[in-house]
Design a protein around this ligand. Sequence first.
Ligand code: CAA
Length: 399
Amino acid sequence: MDHLLSDTALEWRDRARDVGRNVILPNAWKYDRLQQYPWEIKQAMAEAGLMSVWIPKEYGGAGDGVLELCVVVEELSRYCGGAGVLFAVNALGSFPILLAGTDEQKQKYLPGIATGQTLIAFALSEKGAGSDVGGMACRAEKDGDGYVLNGVKKWNTNGPTADVNTVFAVTDPESRSRRISAFLLEKDFPGYKIGYIEDKMGIRCVPVGELELNDCRVPESALLGGKAGLGFKQAMLTLDHARPGVAAQAVGCAQGALDFALVYATRREQFGRPISSFQMIQQKLADMAIKVSSARALVYAAAMAVDRGDPSMTKYAAMCKCYGTDIAMEVTTDAVQIFGGYGYMRDYPVEKYMRDAKITQIYEGTNQIQRLVIARNMIKEATQFDYLTGYIPVPEELR
Ligand code: CAA
């Protein structure tokens, strides 16, 4: 599908491929077992310039967009889904700064993120507020010339290693639409503490933890964009930009599992023939390839919509996230099936793809929430089909 990409995007993919094949692939299973952050992989990504893809040129980045970001995420995830999110989560954490930060905040954080020196995370969810973002309880109260934050954020991907965290908290409990604000918190702010670190099924090389805020005092300059009450919309806009990256991670996992399954099917012999000669295996391989290619095309289309600021971007970002991650679960499960008994064993590579793929159906909005977002946007767009109403008899006319 290279013909869908610009030379720039293809160059980014080559760079990611280099890191993927030389550094990620030989180490992915080691870090999965150890559940340890792979600093050498992050270093290789930074040295290849990958952390700069989505950062504007004026802040030390390459000035490319969500499409190029997705191309890189997909290629890295082809070798390890954990490595894919280790990279992509820095885009998720920094999109709020890019989209809504003051110039001072951009100058302060973006150049470090572009070189890979600064790691960032995105703290939105809480124990009682996963899908229901508006129901969060973490408080930020105005205090003199700053704010004091209290509460616990949950499932903070990359949080335990991050230098900066984009944290959402309630500043106006009485308001419905302006209840939440976003803050840029640095790890050495007083009252900022990494809490429980999760033991996970997949993406085990990236730490996911709780963030405990105990009277965490922050200066006014930490308030994102210098304005309170805009946090919910800033979070939604961020997710519109980041969800294609989750879809790309899922497509990468699916492609990686398909690559392994294809090679295995041509090598593994049963009944005196390679199993790739059996039609049931051929059908599975073909269906896997159709799913991966169609999901990839949808990721590209959604990423382009986001880069253009197209009004349909929310819908397409949700569509590619939903479809890409659902097919990733199917394709990685089919890869395990093709490997048979060996596929279920940790000594073989494919069960990890299945474990890594599962989270993509859950984080950055469950696929149930994506379907809700898609349907809500379709219903809003229904007026463009008013020309059809004359062709639909109203029930009274039918009596
Ligand atoms: N862009 C801009 N504004 C938006 C928006 C968007 N995409 N979506 C909604 N809004 C606006 C609405 O227009 C509305 O504005 P008004 O009040 O002015 O009318 C306001 O925001 C509230 O919108 P809703 O009424 O639709 O809000 P809701 O409470 O019904 O929630 C939801 C909507 C889609 C369910 C939302 O809560 C949601 O996306 N939930 C999923 C959360 C999620 O993705 N969490 C993932 C956590 S991050 C993570 O996983 C990171 C990680 O670890 C890797």
